[in-house]
Design a protein around this ligand. Structure first.
Ligand code: FES
Ligand code: FES
Length: 162
């Protein structure tokens, strides 16, 4: 069995693990680290449910090997809330009903986090472009778009960071 020892940071916490080279990043995060907030849908890069941030960039966790994340800084949905309190983006989803079953939501939140860190005044078109990388079978996207725009507004007004 081909393995590699990796060190990485996930949501600010350091980890060192021996991983099989064939294990993808999202399976590693879920099964080895026990962080099951990131979901697995299609397992071939289409649905976006597995999206996490790798050194601040959104990545499909199913299309990257865990071994490739050696030395990386990973962020998952578990890292968004601060001291058990939902962050601005999460609160906006809560308030505007930006989810139904919630399966797509962790990945959606991570892509929108990346967007909001770059742009606190996104157009609806830009939000929809970001969401084009995520399949949601429930919402019809309307409330997700509204929640993302509301989060941007709240962040602008509060001066908080995404
Ligand atoms: S599970 Fe990775 S894109 Fe669908
Ligand atoms: S809320 Fe169910 S898939 Fe998006």
């Amino acid at each position: 069995m081909d393995t590699k020892r990796i060190r990485l940071t996930v949501n600010g916490k350091d980890y060192e693990r021996e991983v099989e080279s064939r294990v993808n990043l999202v399976d590693f995060i879920r099964h080895d680290l026990g962080l099951t907030g990131s979901h697995v849908g299609c397992e071939h890069g289409v649905c976006g449910a597995c999206t996490v941030l790798v050194d601040g960039i959104s990545m499909r966790g199913c299309l990257m090997f865990a071994a490739q994340a050696d030395g990386a800084r990973i962020e998952t949905v578990e890292g968004l809330a601060v001291d058990g309190k939902l962050n601005t983006l999460q609160e906006s989803f809560w308030d505007l009903h930006g989810l139904q079953c919630g399966y797509c939501t962790p990945g959606v939140l991570m892509s929108l986090t990346e967007m909001l860190r770059e742009d606190l005044s996104p157009s609806e078109q830009k939000v929809r472009e970001v969401l084009s990388g995520h399949l949601c079978r429930c919402t019809g996207y309307q409330n997700i778009v509204a929640a993302a725009l509301e989060a941007a507004k709240r962040l602008r007004e509060s001066g908080a960071k995404a």
